[in-house]
Design a binder for this molecule. Structure first.
Ligand code: ATP
Length: 237
């Protein structure tokens, strides 16, 4: 009988930059429909882990399974076509392109010809409709973050990897982003992994947590059981 794996399954993942190892034997499983947060101090390897999942960092050893396929050696564009969207820290909006053209860039990740922007995008992010012809670089940080998430949705992902979506964003927009991510998860069934420094944001949004320290997952569990003692030990909160 075939074994059914979680939607995303990392097994003994080791990776780094050149000769410098950064991730050590990371095991991480995220089930379909779940929201997981990845916590840890600066420099412990959270971004490197997300980059390894989307294929921007090759593994030294270990395997990554997605949707029951071994994607360890698949190039980034194929991972995107299989349904992994990556929204990097800093958002990477093209500043001189309009909001509309930034959105359309998301189509290319799916490998399909550009079509109309689905109405649901404006339903999730009404602000974008008002700014379609503005240059992306003129949006506020919070608006750019919303644009980046919307662009990620254009390839119809099964999972979204988000790196610090609330960084440098004013509280009212942080709340909006939290609500929209929850809607995207519930209404579209999209699985989410979010790297976060804002513990309360992560706690409210995610059902599952992983804590990283020196390139390894040192604690994991349900967020409603995320003890303050762990936060003190690993995040110095
Ligand atoms: N392009 C790179 N080349 C070499 N080393 C890198 C590179 N990017 C990151 N590193 C190193 O890898 C380690 C992990 O960095 P990473 O960005 O993954 O951590 P992080 O937990 O995401 O931190 P932050 O919260 O600051 O983004 C750090 O020691 C960092 O200096």
């Amino acid at each position: 009988m075939a074994v059914t794996r979680p939607l995303l399954d990392l097994v003994n993942v080791t990776a780094g930059y050149g000769q410098t190892p950064v991730l050590f034997d990371v095991d991480m499983s995220v089930a379909e429909g779940e929201i997981a947060c990845l916590l840890g101090r600066n420099g412990v390897g959270k971004t490197t882990l997300l980059r390894s999942i989307i294929g921007l960092n090759a593994l030294t050893s270990g395997n990554i399974y997605f949707n029951d396929a071994d994607i360890t050696k698949a190039p980034t564009y194929k991972r995107a076509r299989k349904g992994i969207a990556y929204i990097p820290q800093g958002r990477e909006i093209i500043p001189y392109l309009t909001v509309l053209d930034n959105l359309k860039m998301g189509f290319s990740a799916s490998g399909k010809k550009a079509k109309r922007i689905p109405a649901e995008i404006y339903d999730f992010f009404p602000m974008l409709k008002e700014h379609l012809q503005r240059q992306g670089g003129l949006l506020s940080g919070g608006q750019q973050q919303q644009l980046a998430i919307a662009r990620g949705l254009m390839c119809n992902p099964k999972i979204i990897l988000l790196d610090e979506p609330t960084e440098g964003i004013q509280p009212s927009i942080v709340q909006e982003i939290e609500d929209t991510l929850r809607r995207i998860n519930i209404e579209k069934g999209i699985t989410i992994i979010v790297v976060e420094q804002k513990i309360e944001f992560a706690r409210k949004l995610a059902q599952q947590f992983f804590i990283m320290e020196k390139g390894a997952i040192v604690e994991k569990g349900k967020t409603d059981k995320l003890a303050d003692s762990l936060l003190h030990r690993y995040l110095a909160v």
